[in-house]
Design a protein around this ligand. Structure first.
Ligand code: MG
Length: 172
């Protein structure tokens, strides 16, 4: 009985966390629909019958995963704290300036990509290099002096890549 209660609370927590994660992503500049557009671009070549609805469905499925939620919650929180000046130096400057050799933003995003194996990894590398659509927008906003999107761009790219991998597994 006690175990059941714990399980039930955990499940409720994940649903609540899903809503929080979706809201945080949107407030920081990325809707699930915009992420699904990246997924569509990654997979359209391989799955001719692919629709935006299918992409959105897989993006939602990715964001339901606990590993993904935890990565997003952690990364976005660090972006926000950096903007507020609530992070000590030298990390604050590293995050505010999106220092290229920092690398932990990509490492955190791998926690998302790894859920779907090696295709996810390849897709993430592609998004990270080309910076398509919403990723470019997020990067440009992050360049403002008082804004920090150091983690957000990688999280969004990773969710899109993970959803693309989820589709690839389904249609392969
Ligand atoms: Mg980054």
């Amino acid at each position: 009985m006690a175990d059941e209660t714990v399980l039930e609370e955990t499940r409720l927590d994940d649903t609540r966390k899903y809503d929080i994660v979706v809201r945080m992503l949107k407030e920081r500049g990325a809707t699930l629909e915009e992420i699904a557009e990246l997924t569509f671009d990654l997979q359209k070549e391989y799955v001719p019958e692919l629709t935006m609805d299918t992409c959105l469905e897989h993006v939602k499925r990715v964001v339901m995963k606990r590993e993904v939620q935890n990565a997003v919650l952690t990364g976005i929180e660090l972006d926000i704290l950096a903007e507020k000046g609530a992070i000590s130096e030298p990390l604050r400057t590293i995050l505010m300036d999106d220092w290229g050799l920092y690398g932990i933003d990509e490492v955190l995003a791998l926690a998302i990509v790894n859920v779907y194996g090696s295709i996810g990894f390849t897709n993430f590398g592609y998004v990270d290099k080309l910076k398509p659509g919403i990723i470019k927008k997020i990067d440009d906003v992050g360049k403002a002096k008082d804004k920090c999107n150091t983690f957000l761009d990688d999280l969004v790219g990773a969710i899109a890549a993970a959803a693309a991998s989820s589709i690839a597994h389904r249609y392969a």
